[in-house]
Design a binder for this molecule. Structure first.
Ligand SMILES: Cc1ncc(COP(=O)(O)OP(=O)(O)O)c(N)n1
Ligand SMILES: Cc1nc(C(=O)O)sc1CCOP(=O)(O)O
Ligand SMILES: [Mg+2]
Length: 209
């Protein structure tokens, strides 16, 4: 994995889409997202065979566009599909246990403080997700937003570690996030709800500083 893979990291599940989710994903892939995370959560999330088949369909699209396909939380699904990677939070399966089963794949970890960051580095996370940076409506159990200060603190201490920022990120505030030291932005609603995804993704890729 390269740090540039984190530039525009799209995250989606059926609950995030008003349009047909696979059309949203293909539109985002054609617009140039650099990484995708399958995150099927919430009270109306797909289950069982429907869930697996939806994940496979997303994976097929990502493979066609040569974009890494990352699974959120679900180690069993990531292994079953031989996904390109997995993203876990502090309450999900520990990185060292995942690495044993998922060698050579991308493992991302959410971190919210210096202690969690140092543990992620020690355990060999391929990247860290820092957030929420701003207020988000896409994750009901998110921690309080930190603003860009924590990105600056971590970048200062870990000048070369792959960092993606997440939480309430839009094309209006993404430059502030990149300037603080993030390698990229992880986004749900700004891309899902965009009326022009090509323009939105391009604006996320453009550094105006
Ligand atoms: C890139 C990225 N960063 C952070 C998260 C949040 O993960 P987590 O804390 O496990 O919360 P859920 O996404 O599982 O609700 C993420 N998914 N991706
Ligand atoms: C999935 C997720 N994780 C977060 C964290 O803080 O770890 S915030 C978040 C939701 C991001 O969605 P949006 O781009 O619509 O704000
Ligand atoms: Mg999780």
């Amino acid at each position: 994995m390269n740090r540039s893979d984190l530039a525009v990291y799209f995250i989606m599940g059926t609950e995030n889409c008003k349009e047909e989710p696979l059309n949203v994903l293909e539109d985002a892939l054609q617009a140039g997202i650099t990484m995708f995370q399958f995150r099927e959560k919430g009270p109306r999330a797909l289950k069982g065979e429907e869930y697996v088949e939806f994940a496979r369909a997303c994976q097929r699209l990502c493979n066609h566009y040569h974009v890494p396909f990352i699974v959120n939380d679900d180690v069993e699904l990531a292994l079953k599909l031989q996904a390109d990677g997995i993203h876990v939070g502090q309450k999900d399966m520990a990185l060292v246990n995942i690495r044993e089963q998922f060698k050579g794949k991308i493992i991302g970890v959410s971190v919210h403080n210096e202690e969690e960051m140092s543990k992620a580095v020690l355990n060999g996370a391929d990247y860290v997700g820092i957030g929420p940076i701003f207020k988000t409506t896409s994750k009901p159990d998110a921690e309080p937003p930190t603003g860009v200060s924590f990105i600056k603190e971590i970048r200062n201490k870990y000048p070369n570690y792959p960092i993606v920022a997440i939480g309430g990120i839009t094309t209006e505030n993404s430059n502030e996030v990149l300037q603080a030291g993030a390698d990229g932005v992880a986004v749900i609603s700004a891309i899902c709800q965009s009326s022009n995804r090509r323009e939105t993704v391009n604006r996320f890729k453009t550094k105006n500083y």
